[in-house]
Design a protein around this ligand. Structure first.
Ligand SMILES: [Zn+2]
Length: 373
């Protein structure tokens, strides 16, 4: 068994990196790009583990002190950089340090990621990779290492670098410090600054297939096959989402999504917002993203049911509810509803005020379903 096996699928990317390591022809900066949940950060950590392993092979041994430190994501030569709250809009983001709440959140999420390499890093209200953190890279890189080997920096969501951060990072890329490797990750490659992009080798991480996700869920989480297939199909190629749906009680979430839809078609808007307070006052994006995703699957299922019948419906065990929905709203613009949900996704990603996104979605769906406009 190879240490690369921790990464689900992505055979091309793994082979490419293993070969570069074997031939000692690693570039100093890579951009791993591809959809969310495809395993970009798992790939980056797997790559770092091989490079830092004391055995020095093309696969990590898993037992040496270095490997153990990487397993805990606490290797002194492995640093993580991600978007944090603040930064943009302030006179300078140099001065203020993070408050305790944010620091605890980071610690909690990193510990979670050490246990589960597919767990996402998403700090609440994070907007930007701060220039302060980019400057720290140079300092770190120039310091004498306490441990031998490369210094590896993994940068999450690099599209969130603002201009000053990107410029500071560019200077580092132009004259990369010795024995340093940068692994940049993004699910929105088109938003990464061209100047940064052009100085990296790009490695594509493709969307995971349903059978790859189902297989991993069975093998790693000992989920029974039928359930694993359902989770995989609902996850839309995103292993992290499949895991989240598994741990957070998928059936309840699906029931919640249906309740949300029902509520948003009613007349009592305030009562609806009160009932859906978990979503409307959510401090985190993930539960709302999850809701949106399930709504999306719901509308897609309704379209499939209407046009082609039962075959191909994902929420097979909700067929009775779906049929009722289609008999009532089958004539409405269901495709328009999927567009409205996708639009809400986009706004969330751009950190638009969450209650506003949900309210606007509610108004849209109601109009599309009840009034056909
Ligand atoms: Zn090792």
């Amino acid at each position: 068994m190879s240490s690369w096996d921790i990464v689900i699928g992505q055979h091309h990317a793994k082979a490419l990196l293993a070969k570069a390591i074997e031939q000692r022809r690693l570039a100093h900066a890579y951009l791993f790009w591809g959809p969310e949940g495809a395993g970009k950060s798992a790939l980056a950590i797997a790559c770092a583990k091989v490079l830092l392993c004391d055995a020095g092979g093309v696969s990590a041994c898993g037992v040496c002190p270095s490997c153990k430190k990487v397993n805990h994501l606490q290797h002194p030569n492995l640093k993580f950089i991600f978007a944090l709250p603040g930064g943009e809009g302030k006179k300078n983001d140099d001065g203020d340090s993070l408050d305790t709440e944010v620091r605890d959140e980071i610690r909690r999420q990193m510990a979670q990621k050490a246990r589960q390499p597919y767990a996402p890093i998403a700090i609440a209200k994070a907007t930007t990779i701060r220039i302060k953190d980019i400057r720290a890279i140079r300092k770190e890189a120039s310091m004498t290492a306490t441990e031998q080997g490369k210094k590896i920096f993994i940068l999450f969501d690099v599209e969130t670098m603002n201009e000053p951060s990107a410029n500071a990072f560019l200077k580092i890329l132009e004259e990369p410090p010795d024995d340093t490797l940068f692994l940049l990750l993004t699910s929105q490659k088109e938003q990464v600054r061209q100047t940064v992009l052009s100085r990296c080798q790009t490695v594509q991480c493709i969307r995971l297939r349903d059978d790859e996700i189902a297989g991993a869920l069975e093998a790693r989480e000992t989920i029974d096959p039928a359930r694993a297939v359902l989770l995989a199909r609902l996850s839309d190629g995103n292993y992290a989402r499949a895991l989240a749906m598994h741990t957070d009680d998928l059936d309840r979430q699906r029931a919640d999504a249906v309740a949300f839809l029902r509520g948003c078609l009613g007349n009592a808007v305030l009562k609806f917002m009160e009932d859906q307070d978990d979503y409307f006052s959510s401090k985190k994006r993930e539960p709302v993203e999850q809701l949106l995703h399930l709504l999306l699957v719901w509308f897609r299922d309704a379209i499939i049911l209407k046009e082609r019948g039962h075959e191909g419906v994902i929420n097979h065990d909700q067929l009775a509810d779906l049929e009722r929905f289609v008999s009532k709203f089958g004539a409405a613009d269901l495709a328009g509803c999927t567009v409205a949900v996708e639009r809400a996704f986009e706004l969330l990603r751009r950190n638009v005020y969450l209650p506003l996104v949900l309210l606007s979605l509610t108004v849209h769906l109601k109009r599309l379903l009840l009034h056909g406009t």
